[in-house]
Design a protein around this ligand. Structure first.
Ligand code: SME
Length: 147
């Protein structure tokens, strides 16, 4: 994975003269298309104290509204840190979107407090590593500037 290259592509999307929704969806499309095993890529945005599903790529999910503390997404928001799950079957506090999912990474987006997150599901076990975390945290910082 060429992180530099991905960061540059995300930067280009962020600087486009498009509305927020289009740019967030384009970032999802980019990550899903370019990175192997990024099978579901989406944004949750904090609205009225809960996580609300925003633009995404992948199968539709029932989990459109998630409380802080609930599931992997809610735990990442509550702890205010990236949550990496190598095997979702071993995670007790997990909300399943599809039986195909094996691993997940959730990266909070901060504007002083958590204002949203990037959520990625993979059909491969232990798909996400430190390199993915670093890249996604950098993307989250870039996205924070347009929220
Ligand atoms: N698995 C997440 C729910 C969101 S779906 O992955 C799209 C969770 O446990 O919070």
């Amino acid at each position: 994975m060429e992180t530099e290259n991905m960061i540059e592509k995300v930067e280009n999307i962020i600087n486009k003269d498009e509305d927020l929704e289009t740019r967030l969806k384009d970032i999802c499309l980019l990550l899903n298309k370019e990175l192997n095993g990024y099978d579901w890529v989406g944004f949750y945005l904090v609205e009225d104290g809960e996580l609300v599903l925003g633009p995404y790529i992948g199968e539709p999910t029932d989990h459109t509204n998630i409380d802080f503390g609930e599931g992997v997404c809610g735990q990442a928001a509550e702890r205010e840190e990236t949550f990496l799950v190598d095997d979702v079957k071993q995670e007790g506090n997990y909300l399943s979107c599809s039986p195909k999912v094996e691993s997940e990474i959730v990266v909070p987006i901060f504007k002083e407090e958590v204002v949203g997150e990037i959520d990625i599901d993979s059909h491969k076990k232990a798909r996400f590593e430190e390199e993915d975390q670093n890249m996604l945290e950098e993307i989250a910082e870039m996205v924070a500037k347009i929220l």
